[in-house]
Structures are given as C-alpha cells and as structure tokens.
Design a protein. Structure first.
Length: 339
C-alpha cells in the first residue's frame, strides 16, 4: 500500500510539504544528538573524501534538506584531513512520491550532488558498501502492507486492539524492520552510521497522540456507517499499515539481525520544547496530508472527504487527550553503527 499511496505532493496549502511542522519538531530535537553521535562513532578510517548520505523515506518538503545539512556539517566537523569532502546525497521514497516538487525545492546553494532513488526501503536500494550515513525520520512505522486476514471490528489500527490483531501488527513490523536492516547491512560501509527517528510506544502506556487520532478516525467512520454512508464491513476490513513499536521491539529485531551495534536507543519527547499541548486541529490537517491516499484507496474519495470533515469538530476532545499525553516520551531515536 505504501508503494501506491505516498504523502500528498505539490506545494499548496494542503500538501505534506506545507503540513509537516510537527515532524520537523521531532528532527530538530535530535539535531545536537546526531552531531554528537557522528563525532563519537563515525569511523573515519573507513571514509574517503567522498561521503554518501541517504535519506530513507524523504517524502516532500524542506525537512529532508534540513536533516541532510545537519549530517553534512557533523561529518565535516569530524573530518580531519585537509582535503575537502565531496558529498553525494540520495533522496529515497516510493516511486509515486512527488520527486518533481522535491527537486524543484532543492536549496540553490547546496554543497552536495543530489539524486532521487525510487523504491521501497524494505529492500535493496544501493550498491554494496556505498553508503556512509543513512538517515530515516518518521517513516519506518509504515508497514509494507496491511496485516492480512484480520477482522478488527470497529477499529482501524493495532494499538489497543485484541491480542490477535496486535500480534499480527507486531509480526508484520518485525518482518519489515528485519528486511530493512538486512538491506542496509549490505549497503552501509563498515563503521558507517544509521540514524532512525520514528514514533514509539512507551512500555505500559496504552495510547500516544498518533494512536489517539487513529481512534477518532475510527469513531468518525463508525458514525458514517450508522448514517449509511459506508458499510461497517468495510471498516472492519480496513487496517492502517502503521505500527508504533516499543523500544524493546526495535532492540529485538536489530540484535537478531546482528549487523549493527546499538550505540544509542531511547524514547525522547520533542514536545518538551513547547509549553502547550499539540493543537489538534493542526495535527488533523497534518495527518490528512500524510494519510489521505491510504484511506481513499479503501473507502473512496467521497467517504474520506466526509471522514476528515466530520473529525474536525472533535478537535476539542482530541486536544484534551493531547494535554494528558503532553509529557509522554513517544519518539524513538536510535544511533546504529555498521559492524
């Protein structure tokens, strides 16, 4: 599903590039942590004067360019040779991603060679031993496909679902993350680095802001079913291809893969830098830019338009939920070195 339904392209008011401010907040939170990790862990003996950076799941917008610039500056600070570094940056996402808008908005003063690499990051993308630093932000929680054969009555995702549903989601995530790790193990040079940033579920916490929004989408769809706008069976058959893992789920797959050392793994709270809880109405607009295509493919455009319109009046209730979750650490940050 992810191959077919990317983030909303273009550069208008409803595009992902204009509605990804909260994603940038998360990446800004780890900016200094990334710089410290490059300084401490990047093996310069494995580097040449040509450094290759890959942003995996780059989508569209300025966030990827900010992340790349931070990585470049960190590598340059680490480099002790008098020879100037030359940077090659690969921007990867599914083939349906709006690469035209992405490259139209490339910084005109960039100090790197840029190329797009279409394809799923759950498989191989680059030649062996070709990537110095890999980076992925707000992408790895997307599954390669919906968990199959589930009857998830009245729900559209796995958080808080019955045990067999939650297990199906976890199993699919473990497979997908395992495929991702195996592919990167072949592509990243020995001593190279990989940074992963994505939503996470704290142990013992049943809900995060993201899963709360999924709940309200589900409630709204069920309201539409009562009105006869959509069949309830269609809702029961729909499972968002998104899994918000725990720290231990991540650790388990990475250690099983065996090709990477975990230098840092933790849950952070990017909301700590803002005084008030997330604005629910703004988050709903952000989420539409990110997820409209997945809903439309299953329910059709007219149903999805009604769903997004009808969930907006619930923003005050969602905001109240966000207030209770404001201090929760729910972003996973990992620093991995290729053995």
């Amino acid at each position: 599903m992810g191959e077919t339904f990317p983030m909303k392209g273009g550069d208008d008011a409803h595009s992902y590039s204009k509605n990804s401010r909260y994603q940038k907040l998360a990446s800004d939170t780890v900016k200094e942590m990334i710089q410290e990790a490059v300084s401490e862990y990047l093996a310069t003996e494995s580097m040449s004067s040509r450094v290759t950076i890959a942003d995996l799941g780059c989508s569209v917008g300025l966030n990827t360019f900010f992340a790349v610039q931070n990585l470049m500056e960190a590598v340059e600070a680490k480099w002790s040779s008098k020879n100037k570094l030359e940077f090659q940056v690969f921007f990867n996402d599914h083939s349906a991603n709006d690469f035209n808008t992405l490259f139209t908005s490339l910084p005109p003063d960039r100090q790197y060679h840029a190329a797009g690499v279409p394809g799923s990051f759950h498989g191989r993308l680059f030649p062996c031993n070709s990537i110095t630093v890999a980076y992925s932000s707000q992408s790895l929680h997307w599954l390669s496909k919906q968990p199959q054969g589930l009857h998830n009555e009245g729900r559209i995702h796995g958080s808080g679902a019955p045990e067999h549903v939650a297990r199906a989601y976890s199993d699919q995530f473990e497979k997908d993350l395992g495929d991702f790790m195996s592919a990167r193990a072949e592509e990243i040079v020995n001593g190279g680095l990989m940074f992963l940033l994505m939503p996470g579920t704290p142990e013992g916490v049943p809900q995060t802001e993201l899963s709360a929004i999924f709940d309200y989408y589900g409630y709204t769809l069920m309201d539409l079913a009562k009105e006869g706008v959509v069949e309830k069976s269609a809702i029961d058959a729909f499972n968002l291809p998104i899994h918000i893992p725990t720290l231990e789920e991540m650790r388990k797959v990475i250690e099983k893969n065996g090709h990477f050392s975990i230098e840092r793994i933790e849950l952070i709270n990017p909301k700590a830098g803002i005084e008030e809880a997330l604005d629910a109405a703004t988050v709903l607009v952000h989420m539409r830019a990110a997820m409209e295509g997945v809903f439309t493919a299953h329910f059709g455009a007219s149903v999805v338009d009604k769903m997004f319109a009808n969930v907006l009046p619930k923003a005050p209730q969602i905001s109240h939920c966000f207030q209770a979750l404001h201090n929760i650490h729910n972003q996973l940050f990992l620093v991995l070195t290729r053995k």
